[in-house]
Design a protein around this ligand. Sequence first.
Ligand SMILES: N[C@@H](CCC(=O)N[C@@H](CS)C(=O)NCC(=O)O)C(=O)O
Length: 235
Amino acid sequence: MTICLYFAPQTCARVTLTALEEIGVPFETRLVAFLAGEHRAAEFLAVNPSGKVPAIKTEDGIIVQNGAILTYLARTFPAAQLLPFNGNPAHNARILSQLFHCSADLHPLVTRFVLPQMMTTDPAQAPQIRDKAREILIQQLTPIDIMLTQQDWFFGSAWSILDAYLAWIWFRVTGVGFDPTSLPAVAAHFHRASARPSALAALAHEQRAETELARRGLHFTPPPVANQQSKGKSE
Ligand SMILES: N[C@@H](CCC(=O)N[C@@H](CS)C(=O)NCC(=O)O)C(=O)O
């Protein structure tokens, strides 16, 4: 059975899309149009009851959550070397620690930074939510920035899908005003990771989806947030 990825452009589904491009087997995609409410429609909720992308449909059933999907793909297609698992449980646990750091620590901060309005019933609080998210993002990304002054990729000399994850995080936050000069090694890593053929193929795939969304009048850009620290700097 051909794997089917449920995705939307610019979202964290880009990481799974990059993984599938890296693996190189044929796969299908289903575009989930958020602005049309398709992520809350019964058809998609039957795939992922939490209404979030990514999700994949495989011969082994549906899998949701980037961390689980990437682990499944890494183990199902070991030749692609998405993650450097070996036979040592402690080593593998440390790989998963880094994966969960991206999906469970960093991603929620990205959401708070990009869409602070989603985190409050009082829109006036959005700038403070973004400012606090920026502060914690810098705290959490600084050890990665230091690490990347010593090595090209997350796990050393070899690329892994965590490099695509970090690149997506960086794309998302710098796209709405996170100062790209604040973490220079992460910024340089973003350019390295973005040049990989699988990353370029994923972007081309997203571009086709953006064109389709624009044709339907459903193109999404995060709403602006007033009075934030970075106002007038990079936005
Ligand atoms: N923990 C989930 C988070 C997935 C997630 O938040 N996806 C976002 C796009 S980046 C989404 O689908 N948001 C729609 C919504 O929450 O309504 C994962 O790692 O897969």
